[in-house]
Design a protein around this ligand. Sequence first.
Ligand code: UD1
Ligand code: CA
Length: 450
Amino acid sequence: MVLAAGAGTRMRSSRPKVLHELAGRPLLEWVLETARSLGPDEIRVVTGVGGGEIRSRFGESGIRFVDQPEPLGTAHALGLAVVDVTGDPSVLVLYGDVPLLEADDCKRLLEAVEQPALTLLTMERMDPCGYGRIIRDEHGQVRRVVEEADLSDDTMRAIREVNTGILACSGQLLTRLLPRIGKRNAQGEFYLTDLVEEAFRDGVPVHTRLLRCPEKAQGVNSASDLATAERILQTRLAGALMRQGVRIRDPARFDLRGSVEAASDVELDVGVILEGRIRLGPGVRIGPYSILRDVSLGEGTEVLSHCVLEGVETGNHVRIGPFARIRSSTRLHHHVRIGNFVEVKNSRLGESSKANHLAYIGDAEIGDDVNLGAGVITVNYDGAEKHVTVIEDGVFVGCDSQLIAPVRLGHGSFIAAGTTVVRDTPPDQLTLSRNDQKNIPHWKRPGKKS
Ligand code: UD1
Ligand code: CA
């Protein structure tokens, strides 16, 4: 049972809390992934505020959604979810805003469900503020959980053992005890945590499992919590990559929002952001502050600093950047060079072709060994439609030339600097379109009137 119907007031956002993203995926998606990996008979998610949006995002995934029309509290939410539970299944309760928990932590908790006990996952935090405190009696027995808003004294406030929100319990026990929970507390809500007192009153044993690594139960209530959770998760993701041998210059300045397949000897400098599906061949190096989304780079390829690449596939030993932008469906073959302030879109560059400075290459089919000078522009858009520029092998395009598409530059064409190419060029010829140069003798440069 996943509780995700809270108002999320503390986020101060119009977006439902569980749709805020961690490492590029909604909080709820992380929780559901953990839930699914346990192989449950059923997953139910309680939604309320923003429920429509949540359902349309996760509707196809075999989950049963339960509507909580008003966020009256976590006990109320769970009560709605278990209403028609039959038999006596083990129920694991997860919170939609506690996204970093791993399957093993849940398994440990479920294994502890000796019917009809209640088992809570607790943690010890240096700063327990914001979490429900675990109150034990003189025998160490858990007696109740006191929410932050209901803390009455500093001794309680100082208790460092807190509730993660995650619990396991028999279904029967829940259907029996939940209706007894009232809302006589500071927030006037039906607290699920009051289940502990109810269980105790009924003589049902309450056990706890201590989460060894409290970071995993970081809750997300505010923008600041979200940032904390993001860093925890990123550290985990970077750690996994480093264990595979990826060299990350500074894991505190690395962000992954997708999946990476990395070969050996890959190096990522500081501030690299990887999104979507990323494949990095052996020896690939990514320079500082580059952003890659859905990119596949061949062996020995180097992306220098401050590049933005999206939808790019390269061969081996390609060099890109610094300050290059390459987007959607671009394929760069072996040894291609793309330099600073070059934009490439939906194009193919053949082996060893180069555009080293200040160029726009859009919708172009470029052969091998082509050299595009500084300031070359494929004029692909006529104001209504996009057109293709074809440049055959061995072409040299001089600086500041415009290629008005659709156009084909025959193999070995040599385009002089400053040419506007409006027609196909024949192979192995020089093409130029220029006005003759005039020099004005005895001309005086205007001077300032003093
Ligand atoms: C809750 C726990 C607290 C624990 C903390 C851990 C209660 C009463 N308190 O506090 O002991 O230390 O989590 O992170 O459970 N929700 C609903 N319906 C509601 C209210 C909430 O579905 O009516 C959902 C929320 O969407 C959220 C979860 O339940 O995913 C927890 O609710 P929240 O209000 O964030 O509780 P906390 O104050 O964080
Ligand atoms: Ca919370």
